[in-house]
Design a protein around this ligand. Structure first.
Ligand code: SF4
Ligand code: SF4
Length: 545
């Protein structure tokens, strides 16, 4: 067995895996109505391509990726678009979001499937196929995969591609069942990713409490060169930076990404969707989700995106008595929902109906005693109690100095805190406040830039106007100068003419007919002047003087 590099901290938690992993994946029933959020990924919300009254086919694109970090959304079944409107969605904020509501016609009528030969495509074309298939990380992050499959500008050459099959959170078993049942498909998807990224090695990390999944994946990998690496069952081994450390010994920089150290990581379920998109021409319209906890028959379901959580719980035989809280995700990193009338999304790997027994009983919060237990378990090597102090005191700059944003919200610190301080809640609060302040700053900066741009435009227009005026002005001035010079000349000549004896009317008439006065003067004969005064001199000599 190859060497592993343990990460700092972490916990042995109660597993609660067998409640749901004992049965094969079941296909969930087709609901009458599907509510499909247009934002099921990190990045810009998809642009709706449909409106109420439109008929859609199963697999038809109904939301187009809007920007580089975005993903397409597709109709999970055929039917009629009932509305495009804001609806409740499963999100920690509890805020509704824009959704396409589809009434199923029960026909499950597909668009034409278009599988592709990925080896024949240019990498950018291949990434585009994946982008248009709506592929995002199904481990919970929902980051658009096409972006992660493009190394340009991120890293020159990839050392290691990691397939994450750790599934370290208690209760969740959807990846375990997928690896057991569809290992060949997962490896086929992994081959597409390998083709794009050309890594030196491919490692598959699976926690050692999943022996069936390890065996199935090892068998599917025969002849590929991919290595299946069982890893110790220790939460949070499935968190990306911890898994990278565990398998490669590389530390991802505090503010960086695994790609910064030549590693890229994808979830096992994501690789499976890549295989469906490439080899079957099917976009992401469903996912395997664990429905567990205090329900009659927990299990894993392949359900259409947009199916309500209430429908899925119903298919598990409904809630058992004593459910205290509905959680999306696991008990450590998941979040509580206000209602089960929210749709299944790409990020939803688990619906946990938790009873009081599954939840840590609410205990009175006591002051921090600086015991350091939180420091010992923090897998991100942080000082959780310092973060707590600064978050509580709203000293957000100081919290950032202590690397608040490196906190992966794993909950290990809260789990062990003897004072029962809800530490993660303080970190989430601080992060949200900082994001809100950043947004405000960005808005103010945008407004400042717009104002500045307007001033510059007005100044530019003013200068252009003035330049035009200046261009016209010299012409006028020259004309005016010429005219004025001509005027002076005319005045002088007129005066001279006036001083001369009046020419015969015939000559005068010549002038009137347009001959210049100069001409006239030139042709004026030297007439004898009466009285022998100064005026008796010939006019020409007078003029010369
Ligand atoms: S575990 Fe709790 S009490 Fe102990 S140092 Fe951390 S925050 Fe304080
Ligand atoms: S929640 Fe954050 S601070 Fe607490 S142990 Fe996990 S990474 Fe460390």
């Amino acid at each position: 067995m190859s060497r592993l590099y343990p990460f700092h901290g972490g916990l042995k938690t109660v597993r609660h895996k067998t409640e749901s992993n004992q049965w094969p994946i079941q296909r969930a029933a087709l609901p009458h109505r599907l509510t499909v959020p247009l934002r099921q990924h990190i990045g810009a919300i998809a642009k709706s391509l449909v409106q109420a009254g439109d008929r859609v086919l199963k697999g038809q694109m109904i939301g187009q990726a809007d920007g580089y970090i975005s993903a397409a959304v597709h109709a999970p079944t055929s039917g009629m678009v009932a509305a495009v409107e804001t609806c409740p969605v499963p999100h920690p904020s509890g805020l509704p979001d824009l959704c396409v509501v589809i009434d199923s016609d029960g026909e499950e009528c597909w668009v034409e499937h278009q599988p592709v030969d990925y080896r024949a495509l240019h990498p950018s074309e291949l990434r585009n196929v994946l982008r248009n298939a709506g592929i995002v990380g199904l481990g919970g992050a929902a980051f658009p995969s096409a972006v992660k499959l493009n190394l340009s500008g991120q890293c020159e050459h990839l050392d290691t591609l990691i397939l994450n099959g750790a599934e370290c959170e208690p209760w969740i078993t959807c990846d375990d069942r997928l690896m057991r049942e569809r290992a060949t498909g997962i490896v086929a998807g992994l081959q597409v990713m390998t083709h794009l990224l050309e890594p030196r090695e491919v490692l598959i990390g699976i926690e050692d409490d999943k022996p069936e999944a390890i065996a199935a994946m090892a068998e599917a990998c025969v002849g590929t060169g991919y290595q299946v690496r069982p890893i110790p069952t220790r939460y949070p081994s499935g968190s990306v930076k911890q898994l990278v450390k565990l398998l490669t010994g590389k530390e991802t920089p505090v503010e960086g990404l695994p790609v910064d150290v030549g590693v890229q990581c994808f979830n096992a379920a994501t690789a499976y969707t890549v295989h469906r998109a490439i080899d079957h021409g099917e976009p992401v319209i469903s996912r395997v989700v664990t429905v567990t906890g205090h329900v009659s028959q927990p299990g894993n379901f392949e359900a259409l995106l947009g199916t309500s959580f209430a429908d899925l719980v119903e298919q598990c035989g409904g809630y058992r008595e004593g459910v205290e809280r509905l959680i999306m995700g696991g008990p450590m990193m998941g979040f509580a929902l206000h209602s089960d009338e929210v749709p299944l999304t790409k990020a939803a790997n688990c619906i946990l109906a938790a009873s009081a027994a599954e939840l840590t009983p609410a205990q009175p919060v006591m002051p921090c005693i600086r015991c350091g237990a939180c420091v010992d378990v923090c897998p991100a090597n942080l000082l959780p109690q310092q973060l707590y102090w600064h978050a509580r005191a709203k000293e957000f700059d100081k919290a950032q100095d202590y690397h608040l944003f490196s906190c992966i919200e794993c909950g290990c610190c809260s789990y062990v805190c003897p004072s029962h301080i809800p530490l993660v809640q303080y970190y989430r609060y601080a992060k949200n406040e900082i994001w809100a302040q950043e947004k405000e700053k960005q808005k103010a900066e945008l407004a400042r830039q717009r104002h500045q741009a307007r001033l510059e435009r007005l100044e530019r227009e003013k200068q252009e106007r003035e330049a035009k005026l200046r261009q016209k002005a010299p012409a006028k001035t020259i004309k005016a100068t010429k005219a004025s010079e001509a005027g002076i000349k005319l005045d002088i000549e007129a005066a001279v003419a006036h001083a001369k004896p009046h020419p015969p009317s015939s000559i005068s008439s010549h002038a009137e007919e347009g001959e210049s006065i100069t001409d006239y003067s030139a042709r004026t004969p030297a007439l004898p002047v009466e009285g022998g005064s100064r005026g008796s001199e010939p006019l020409s000599s007078k003029q010369d003087a």
